[in-house]
Design a binder for this molecule. Structure first.
Ligand code: MG
Length: 288
């Protein structure tokens, strides 16, 4: 049996501490070795990795001067700049005063037809509240004369939800009610995709709309079930690629200003393979 004296006890304590220190040192060395190897591998992998490219050759997007906030961009077709409604059939019926057009006597339709487009409209329901529900500040923007985004004074005014301001009429309520009080100016940004019809008249791709009301998204690429009507379910009937935009007169003096539209066309790129095929096609057609 070993006798434990004060000196042997101290010696064994030192041995234990030395052992712990050595273990700590080993551990630190392992961690630093791991970090050095990981960094080296990361650098090596970054050096050897290849950037992914789609291979599609894109045309350069055209430069468009956006203009000051609230004004039409350089490539917009101005439909109403506060002076007159000469761009609209039926515009002579409406009152144009102080840069504002007030609806009366019937609806108006653009002289030009539009398909895929971005439409900016500013509108205001009457300051003096009259009527209720659908009878209060009612109007509407009909894309292609068929697909309505509802205009209504929906500020503390109850009606059916798929008929309130910003609704795609009787097809979808807006995601939120962003209506300002009666008389206040409001904005609609409508991004519209026209429907596509096959030769047999069937729907190849339905119409779709993204709508912002006073800057808030209220529809995000909503696909329509057909034309919007108050008296029958939505349905599609084949029609041309471009048709006039219509603004409804529903018996209420709704005001409008600053209306402009941009025609939209997706940017189309080509894969190099497509170009080769085209060349082959060209050569083939020359041989004949
Ligand atoms: Mg309406």
């Amino acid at each position: 049996m070993v006798e434990v004296t004060p000196s042997t006890y101290l010696a064994s304590e030192r041995t234990t501490m030395d052992f712990a220190r050595q273990r700590m040192k080993d551990c630190c060395q392992r961690v630093s070795t791991f970090l050095i190897v990981s960094t080296a591998l990361g650098t090596l992998s970054a050096a050897t990795a290849r950037e992914w490219k789609s291979g599609i050759v894109w045309p350069e997007p055209p430069v468009v001067e956006p203009g000051p906030v609230g004004s039409p961009p350089a490539d917009a077709i101005v439909l109403f700049d506060g002076k007159d409604l000469s761009q609209w059939n039926g515009g002579q019926k409406w009152l144009v005063e102080d840069g504002v057009a007030t609806s009366r006597g019937g609806g108006i339709s653009t002289r030009q037809g539009f398909g895929d487009c971005q439409l900016h409209v500013e509108w205001a329901s009457p300051s003096k509240v009259k009527g209720h529900g659908q009878g209060r500040g009612n109007s509407g923007i009909y894309m292609m004369g068929k697909y309505e985004v509802q205009i209504l004074d929906s500020f503390e005014n109850e009606t059916y939800f798929d008929g309130q301001a910003g609704a795609i009429y009787k097809q979808s309520p807006p995601m939120v009610n962003a209506c300002r009080p009666p008389g206040a100016w409001q904005t609609f940004e409508i991004i519209f995709r026209a429907p596509r019809f096959a030769e047999d008249g069937s729907v190849e791709r339905p119409a779709a709309m993204t709508v912002l009301h006073n800057g808030l998204v209220i529809h995000s690429h909503f696909e329509l079930a057909g034309a919007t009507a108050w008296h029958k379910p939505p349905e599609y009937k084949p029609h041309p690629d471009k048709l006039p935009i219509h603004i409804q007169f529903h018996g209420n003096p709704v005001r409008f200003r600053n209306i402009w539209v941009r025609e939209l066309a997706p940017i189309v790129g080509k894969k190099p393979g497509d170009a080769e095929e085209e060349k082959a096609d060209d050569a083939g057609s020359q041989d004949k």
